[in-house]
Design a protein around this ligand. Structure first.
Ligand code: SF4
Length: 423
């Protein structure tokens, strides 16, 4: 049976040549790609690249392939002065590695369907610039798989110890997307609905013949349930530490060579990052986003008006969460897959993190209120680390505390309530 591709609606992309992705991402090389690039007549086209090494070992030791070489400033060696790709400019688009030609798309097969993910860290995607991607996807599918079909190679789980078929994951996600689209509820309650639904439906046997009916009944009753659920309006100490540490790590630039570092250096780097994260936890000094210190402190950020999140200005967030769910990016980490519940807990934490980051960006540009552009810029900043950041990168006790706050408490809800002052 042919697989079905779940293509996100109303997502736009045409490359704006900002050069952002060529500076930030590791580009893995497929078979023969290094040889094709090395065989180009660089001496005639760009003499200074005549002796340049095309590749370097992948920054991730779990990956056997090489990646494109980077310059000292971190950018791809083929990025030109006008942010143009020098391979594309001199030898045509088809000479570029497939990974570059496919950016910002990824495909993940679960059961009979393939989720099409789009990176919102891309400037064009996060500002809705360019062509509707529905027209482009067939070309990307051809590039990624040729005449073959993508395969479902991973083991899927609803939660630890609860393996399921990929099609069951889609069944759960159907409900999450319906909740997110329920415009009769404030966005914060739509997120609460998703989390509450997952809590109640991941017990028992999810593949039993009655499980589908059970899910329908739970979904129907969720709005009423929310009315009765107590609202925790402030994070407790453990939640606060977990939220601000995770936020800090999400907004920081982790060295791309992190995975390659010898253990000692890795521990030192991780320690440094977590130490800097402590300033976030204590709300001290001026925060930084992607390595750039803001002009304002935490107090100034706290005072920014967030009515946009309460007054229905959340269609962009609805789109973002829907794409991450149907594209399956929320379940994929480098080299492994999260159980659905853990992936969802981490995904929905993006909501309060987006609120805080949008406030910080608004305050930094001197505005007293968050605007749509701040929300988009916040998602752009956070999405880059989303799917890369892994709880396994945090050591020992701190990880246990974070796991507890993330998976055993209502952190996403409590943090949202605190930031939106919902009481
Ligand atoms: S090969 Fe070209 S498109 Fe790919 S990262 Fe380098 S400069 Fe960017």
């Amino acid at each position: 049976m042919a697989v079905t591709y779940e293509i996100p609606k109303d997502v736009h992309y045409s490359c704006t040549m900002c050069g952002d992705c060529c500076r930030r991402f590791d580009v893995l090389l497929g078979p023969g790609e290094e040889e094709v690039i090395a065989a180009c007549d660089w001496d005639s086209a760009v003499p200074e690249l005549g002796d340049t090494k095309v590749s370097m070992p992948s920054a991730n030791p779990a990956i056997k392939a090489c990646q494109l070489a980077r310059r000292d400033d971190g950018a791809c060696v083929f990025l030109g002065e006008r942010n143009q790709c020098l391979i594309h400019e001199h030898f045509g688009e088809d000479t570029k590695p497939v990974m570059c030609r496919m950016y910002p798309f990824a495909f993940h097969r679960f059961g009979d369907r393939v989720g099409v993910d789009v990176a919102f860290s891309c400037n064009a995607v996060s500002t809705d610039r360019g062509d509707n991607i529905e027209r482009k996807v067939p070309e990307w599918i051809r590039l990624a798989f040729g005449d073959d079909e993508p395969q479902d190679t991973r083991k899927h789980k609803l939660k630890k110890g609860m393996p399921v078929d990929g099609n069951v994951v889609w069944e759960f996600e159907f409900f999450l997307v319906q909740f997110l689209k329920n415009t009769s509820l404030p966005f914060a309650d739509r997120v609460r609905s998703c989390l509450q639904f997952l809590k109640l439906t991941t017990t028992g046997n999810p593949t039993a013949s009655t499980a589908g009916m059970f899910r329908d009944a739970i979904a129907e009753g969720i709005p009423k349930q929310l009315e009765k659920l107590p609202v925790e309006s402030c994070m407790d100490k453990t939640q606060r530490a977990a939220f601000f540490t995770w936020l800090y790590l999400s907004l920081s630039l982790r060295p791309s060579t992190f995975h390659m570092m010898p253990t000692k250096e890795k521990i030192a780097t991780r320690g440094r990052l977590l130490e800097q994260g402590e300033r976030f936890v204590r709300n001290e000094g001026r925060p930084a986003i992607r390595g750039e210190e803001l002009s304002v402190d935490f107090d100034a950020i706290a005072g920014v008006d967030v009515s946009i999140f309460r007054d229905g200005g959340t269609s962009f967030l609805e789109k973002y969460f829907t794409v991450k769910i149907t594209g399956k990016r929320y379940l994929i980490r480098t080299g492994r897959e999260l159980p659905l519940q853990e992936g969802a807990w981490q995904l929905f934490l993006m909501y309060p993190m987006t609120i805080w980051t949008a406030k910080a960006l608004a305050a930094d540009r001197g505005s007293a209120r968050v605007e749509d552009a701040d929300v988009r810029a916040a998602v752009r900043a956070l999405d880059h680390q989303f799917g890369v950041l892994d709880l396994n990168d945090i050591d020992g006790k701190q990880r246990q505390a974070m796991e507890f706050a993330l998976y055993e408490t209502d952190l996403a809800v409590t943090a949202t309530n605190e930031l939106l002052e919902i009481r």
